[in-house]
Design a protein around this ligand. Sequence first.
Ligand SMILES: N[C@@H](CCC(=O)N[C@@H](CS)C(=O)NCC(=O)O)C(=O)O
Length: 222
Amino acid sequence: MGKLIFSGFDASPPCRAVKLTLAALQLPYEYVIVNPLTKDQHSPEYLKKNPQHTIPMLEDDGKYIADSHAISAYLAKKYGKDSSLYPSDVFQSAIVDQRLHYDSSTLFTSTLMSITKPLIFQGKTEIEKSKISAIAEAYDLIETFLGDNDYVAGPELTIADFSFITTICVLMIFFEPDSSKYPKLNAWLKRIKELPYYEEASGVGATQLESLIKSKNFTIES
Ligand SMILES: N[C@@H](CCC(=O)N[C@@H](CS)C(=O)NCC(=O)O)C(=O)O
């Protein structure tokens, strides 16, 4: 196995999803900090490796992969000792893929980033009510995804749990999921946060992002 080089920033949810995958797989790696607050991802050197200028990015044996979902799936398939984090069963892996696409398109991008991008980068401080309703809709769906299972894509922990937890922890700053309305979601949150590697791989960065968001003194449209 060659050296894995991971470019990211702890506060970034997709970077923390990959850090959780790396920790679950017990993979050593070199961590290169690429800070989006100082636009490090626009350096010519970084753009050569990832023209999409996003973090996270993984370098493995001189090859570059961008997008947290693609990176986590790659790591689990290539380095997983078994197929539990990304199932080899075709149907089960399609369920994991569906959850990853949902995070990528809806949960992270249209639900979370539509709030945090204007807040952090454009100086906007009032959040529209409709954006909070979208968070509630997402919680409703995740409560349904969980059903009778302990994890978001079935009975086993998968990389989909890592993507969801890192996005949801930030959504919770804007709208807390009440445990009487969302008992399964709350039990799942507790389950994931109890993973022995959770705090180091994700909890610390989640707290950093929470402080940054709260420093913007945002309000929610009444
Ligand atoms: N779908 C991508 C989203 C990555 C993403 O948008 N990352 C943000 C930081 S949280 C970023 O790189 N923003 C800087 C930019 O787009 O230039 C993933 O899962 O990796």
